[in-house]
Design a protein around this ligand. Structure first.
Ligand code: ZN
Length: 149
């Protein structure tokens, strides 16, 4: 009987942790033009997703800036290309563009930023792409985001 309760406690603790991880995402960018993740999974059960972006490099934002931008995969290329013309003052993100689901500011080495967005407009049947919109980075710094229950 004691063993059964112990097992139940472990299972409930694990499920709580995985739930928290899906609502609260952490991703790192570095000076080598890389995110440390190519795929993110979020839960539709989360009302709000919070993505924390850490720049683990040392180069400043105007040289090796990174941000985290989310669009539908079909909008990724046109939004990424439009972002290059938006300028650093706009975080290389086209402003007032409904294709942009969420984006963080551009940060440099040693900095951290967060962005929160609602899951209300996300669909489990849709394919999403996250990327860095700093000019030239999106070709490498991109990954998929999928929504599960
Ligand atoms: Zn970048």
């Amino acid at each position: 009987m004691k063993i059964n309760i112990f097992v139940l406690l472990i299972i409930s603790t694990l499920s709580l942790e995985s739930f928290a991880a899906e609502c609260d995402q952490i991703i790192e960018g570095n000076d080598a033009l890389q995110f440390n993740s190519k795929a993110m999974t979020v839960s539709a059960g989360c009302e709000t997703i919070t993505v924390t972006l850490k720049h683990t490099g040392q180069l400043p934002a105007n040289i090796m800036g990174h941000n985290w931008v989310l669009t539908k995969s079909s909008d990724f290329m046109p939004v990424a290309q439009a972002g290059g013309g938006a300028g650093l003052e706009n975080d290389y993100v086209p402003q007032n563009d409904s294709r942009v689901i969420a984006y963080s500011k551009i940060i440099g080495g040693g900095e951290t930023t967060t962005v929160s967005f609602s899951t209300a407009d996300l669909s489990k049947s849709e394919s999403y792409t996250f990327f860095c919109s700093f000019p030239g980075h999106y070709a490498i710094m991109q990954g998929s985001l999928s929504v599960i229950d």
